[in-house]
Each structure stands twice: as C-alpha cells, then as structure tokens.
Write a protein that binds this ligand. Sequence first.
Ligand code: F6P
Length: 373
Amino acid sequence: KKKVGILTAGGDCPGLNAAIRGFGKAAIRQHGMELIGFQDGVRGLAENRYVPLDGRALSGILTVGGTILGTSRDKVNRMVVDGETRDMIPTIKENYEKLGLDALVTLGGGGTARNANKLSKAGLNVLHLPKTIDNDIIGTDDSFGFSTALEIATDAIDRLHSTAHSHHRIILAEIMGHRAGWLALGSGIAGGADIILLPEVPYHLDAIVDAVEQRRKEGLNFSVIAVAEGARNETDALAMSGAQALVDESRNPDTKAAAKKAKADLERSMRDNTMKLATQLEDATGLESRVTILGYVQRGGTPCAQDRLLATRLGTKGAQLVDDGEFGIMVTAEGTGTGTIPLKEVGGKVKYVPLDHPWVEAARSVGTSLGDD
Ligand code: F6P
C-alpha cells in the first residue's frame, strides 16, 4: 500500500479542501493508498505534525473555504525555528523517510512550487497542484481559487457602482493579484469598471484624469476604477524594476540580501498607492474619491462550482500520476483536459497578463481606459 503525505501552503484560497478531497478520495478509493495531511504547510512537514486523512476526514469538506490542514508561507531552506533561520530540508527528508512515505503532494502557488522543487531535488517524490486566486502560475491555464475570487471581486465592483453614481464619486476598488493583473482585469471587465489599472501597464495620472473628464462630458459624473494591488505609475514601476534588476544581478549573498531588503523597503513605501492615487484624482477632478480595499474577502468562503470542478479534476489526476510514479511535476489545466510541467520550470516565476491578451483587447474595445493613453 502506497503511503502519501499532502499539504497546503502559501495563501489560503477557495478550492483547497475540494482538491484535498479530490486527491484523497481517488487515492484511497481508486488506488488503495494511505493518506496523511501535514499541518500548516511545509512547517508541519519540518515539525512532523500531521493527521491521518481517511474517508471520514475527507467527507463534507468540498464546500468549505480555507484549508482544513492550515497553511504557512515558510521556505524549506530558510525556516525560522527557535528564532534562528535554518535549512530544514535534511529534517524534512528524515521525517519523510521515517514515516515511510512514497510521495508528497503539495498544493500551492509559484512559491510553493519552488519549495516543492527543492524537496524534489533532495530526493523526495513530489507532485504539485496549482492553487491561487492570482492566476499567475506558469504553465497552467487556470488555478483553483481564481474563479471564486473573480466572482467575489466582480460582485464587489457591481455593488460599488451604486454609491459611485448616487454620490457622483470616483471609487477605487483595490483588487488582489500580487504582481499580476488577472483578477483586476477579469473582474474589471465583468463588473464594468470604467478604468482598470494593472501592474503590467504602468499608468499616467493624466490619462486617468482624462478618462474621468471624458465621462463627465458624456454626463457621467462618477467613475469606478479597478486597481490591481500591484499597479504603479510609470515612475514607481521604473523604480521597482530597477530594484528587481539589482536583486537579479547580485551574485554575492551579502549584496543580494541588501538588494532584496532595498526592494522590500521600496515595496513597503508604495503600499498605500491606491490611497495616494485617490487623493491625486480628487485634487485633479474635484470629484470626491474613495477607496475600497477588497482584501481577504476575495479569497474567503465557499468555492464556486468552477473551482470545485477544477480542484476535483486536478486532484483526481494527481492521484493517478502518483500511482503511475510520476514526480517532480505540477499538474496543469489545459482547456478541458490536464497536463504536466516540470517543477523546475514553475518555481518562483510569474505568469503576467500579456499585453495582447484577448481580455486586454476586449477591455480597450469597450472603451475602458487602462490609464496609459
Ligand atoms: O497569493 C494570494 C494573495 O492573496 C495575493 O493576491 C496577495 O498579494 C497575497 O496573497 C497576500 O498575502 P498574505 O496572505 O500574506 O497577506
């Protein structure tokens, strides 16, 4: 009987439990495996904290938000333990071997794929399933969590229209997505935002003001703006790519650490970017401007049908691949089918919105400003 460990890591998202259930039910029922769940992501793996997952434990979790296993954003090779940063890969390997595991299944995004790849290189049999509300994982059309977050953000933009038009205000909805604009673009189009700002398209204040003024000329004295959390004006975008280039170019560990710190400080100084933009727009247009940060609401609660389907599809495929002995890979969604991609091609990378993507073209075609013209 094959014994498999499963864990969820990175930010929680809708569909994680559906994927644990999909993988687990197929693993136990179809392939006769034994399953255990590590708690709190890779930290539970390092601390050997786990629970048995049998049919009973997997029952009733399909619709439940978050993750029944808990999660964390730890790194396997740089984990803070008792106040010290340690490489926990050897400990994890020892735990894996002592438990007699045949495979480890990780559910997470690009950061978790990097952890998974490190463990795979250390000799563990690892299979990864793509989850994130950001839809920014390389090599897969889709990740579970995204569709639900898209529905939530779209609903929020719909509702923000009420106050925007009733009070003749500019309302900026700040939408998650980390460094990519998928969620802001998708919900901005679906929710009919008048202006959409993305990390991939640095904006000019003047272009946004022009778009608001143009609407005013048409008798529309309000605007709803979907702002991706990573959207920046041209100057700030340039400063960020400069800071990133310094990180990429540094070879010496001390210089790299300093460059990373400088980049993190710069990022922190831009955290209230949406708020600053609201003030600038109020000053420039004379229209009252308000910000609504959608925040964790976007990744909370029950997964939508699409995410339940995707999670079950990818989870059950994952169980098949573990049974076939296929490791060092991530399961991908390819149209209505599935595929795989080597973990080393996924870890730590970002799938940005291409500027010629049909969603970008559709947004521009209906007259939505992206703040760049
Ligand atoms: O990756 C999911 C996500 O919600 C991103 O959209 C966001 O940038 C990030 O996680 C927030 O992270 P945290 O949970 O650490 O606040």
